[in-house]
Structure formats: structure tokens, C-alpha cells
Design a protein around this ligand. Sequence first.
Ligand SMILES: [Zn+2]
Length: 439
Amino acid sequence: MKKSTICILLAVFCGMQMLVAQVGEICKWDSDRQAAIVLTFDDWSPGQQPIVPGELKSRNLNATFFIETSLVANWNHDWPTVLTTAADGNEIGNHTKSHPHLLTQNATQLNTEIRAARAIIDGHVLNQKATSFAYPFGEGSGNTSKDIEIRDSLKASGHIAARGVSVGNYGYNFATTDDDYFKIMTYPMCSGTTLDNFKGQVTQIKNGGGLLTVLYHSIDNANNSYSDTWYCQVKQTALQAQLDHLVTLKDQVWITTFGQAVKYHKERNCAQLTQTGTTGTTMSFTLSDTLSNNDLYNQPLSLKIFRNGINYSTATQNGLPLVIDGVVHDSIVFRAVPDAGEIVLTIGSLGFEPGVADNAGIRVFQDASSSLLTIQTLKPLLNANISILDLSGQEVLVLKNETVLSAVRMDVSSLSAGMYVVRASSGETVRVQKFALLK
Ligand SMILES: [Zn+2]
């Protein structure tokens, strides 16, 4: 044996659990963004409809409008304007029928204000279900028996979450029980809220990884053309500056509707990604969650699948093509819906982006015995991880933290004949080489 060959190392075979863990992960938020922000507009007050949907649309943003059904007509905005707003991708949420203090309502009144109001919205807005709720005056997210009765009424009428008026939810684990989703907090905007205040909230949620809902009431222009002056007015120019700031952060923060953010978070908290098979050309797995209502909980989750040197050419779910969002470090990111069929990745080619890999820097030789593989690197590698991958990118053998002066040996007697990839990584250096194992 040459002196520079460090040792003959016994290969470690990864157990099934470990292999599953190495397939990839479910992103915390859509497209692997750091946090989520939802803009919510309460009461459908008179300046909102003429100003907000247009400002959102011009920036390709969406928001949630919590409407009181009895005020839709009263404040001079009829249902067609609500429908137009919904058709742009905005969410129409339930903010009761007449905006009462819910803590003072009896069971019959709660039924009218919660269940009947939802039915009115659903009867008009046919392209979505009003499953999101905002408490008038924030009443209902507390812990008295009346609060609990209110939340029971929300759950029984098919709502999945509710927003109050107090501040919070900066960390990712803001909801660990179903009831917690009915106590979602917010950041209330008012006339005195500066752009720096707003930016500070955005930074805080970015750092915390949680869900920031922002609460708006009156919106109007410089001349108060819509007479929307009744509560905590935010001027159109201030709103524009806030939206412009969000647009600059779209790659880092998911700006979405209340319903989509809640569904994503709920699904992700009970979802599992499981590898189900590999062939020489495909890798397949399932994404499932424990939420039983698949018609409601069909928000796509972003998956980050580790490439391990594989370029996947296509992704499908239940035979239908999925859009691959992109490559983040050495993972591909795409969206799939839990419990909506098998996900299959098709392998295109092997390799890394230029500058990341040095395919020429590694050689593989098989001993005559066929049970030992010599992996030679042309330059020394410190603290390297040496992996043997099958063509689906699954790690089948691994050596960790090796110092390779020129070569290492691996026991490959557990592997059957076929094509494999050897991957050696040390810090930023990644070397990968495809080889045939003969038996
Ligand atoms: Zn309100």
C-alpha cells in the first residue's frame, strides 16, 4: 500500500431512516422564503376598494379583505366590486355581518354573525370559500368561556383560522395547536405609523421566521376623496411606500393571503416526505399530511430536494408536470400538494454548475476483488465527506470527515453492480464522478 493511502476504511451503510432524511425537506414557507407577510384590510371601508386592489395588482401582490356583509352595500360598494377584488387573487374573509362585540352575543346571535355571514360571502364569491375570520374589536381570541364559545362557533362553521388585533407571531412556532390558529396576532397600522415602523416589523418577521399579519382600516388619498376617515387612516402614498418596500423583499418573504399562509403552516406542521422508490432514471416519493379535508387543505408545499450532483430534468405529481422553481445551493425547489399523488423526479444529467464542481479532480478504480473501491483525488482534501450515490441521488455509502491526501478506499461489497456516482466534498469544493461498478 502506498504511504499516502490513509487507510482501508469500512464503509458505513445508511439505515432507511437516514436515507429518507437525506432526500430533502419541506420548506418552512413557500419557495424556501424566510417568513410570511399577510396584508389584511378590515371592514371594506369606503376608500379600500377604489385604492387598494389597484395598488396590489400593479405590484403583483395579493391581500386579504375582511368584510362585514351588512356594510358591503351600505358603504356604497356593491358585491361586483368584491367579486372583482376576489378575481384578482385576493382573499375575501369573514368579519361578521354587523360588526358586533361578539363577547356580548348569545348563541343565536353568534350563529347569525359568524355562520350566516360566511354563507352570505360564499353565496356571492364563488371562486373561494370564506374560511378566514377576523374578530371585530379583537373579541374572541381570549380565554373566557365566551371566547371559547366564539371559537367553537367559528370551527363548527368551517373556518380554519382567525385574526385578532394584538401584536405578535414573530417566531415560526406561533401555532402548535389547532386552537392557536384562532388566535393569530397582527400589527395594526395607523396614521402615525412611519415607514421605518413598518420596515422594522418586516425585519422582525424576516429574522423570526413567523407570520406577520398587517392590519389596515381606513385608506384614502391626499384629498380624502372617498371620505374614508373613520379609523386609523393610512394615506395612499404611505401604502404605496409600504408595498414598494415589500416588493424589494419578495424573494425573502412570502407575501400572500391569510388563508394560504395558514394552510401552508398547518399542512407543513403535519406533513411527511417519504421516498418510495428509485430506478436508474427516476426518484419517486410521496408527500402526505394528517389533515383529513383534502379539498380544503390543498395549498402546495415547497419541497427542497437535495441534488447530490444530479440534474433533474422534470418533476411530476400524479403524472402532471410541476414547475421547478430553481436551484438553491445543491437542492432543487418545487411545489407539490400533500396527498395528491406520487411525485416523480426524472434524472437529466450529472454535474454541478461551473465553479462549484471539479469533475476532473477525482478518479475511481475498482480492485480485482470487486469489493474495494479506490477513490483518488488529484489534490488533498481536508475534512472531506466521501459519498457513493445511486443514480437517483440517494446516498448509499458515506465516509465522513476524512483527510484524503491522495486516495481512500471504500468497501463496496454491499452494493450490486450498476452505475453510481462518487461525490467528495470539502468546504466549498465538490468533486463528482460517475462510474460503473462491476461484479
Ligand atoms: Zn372591524
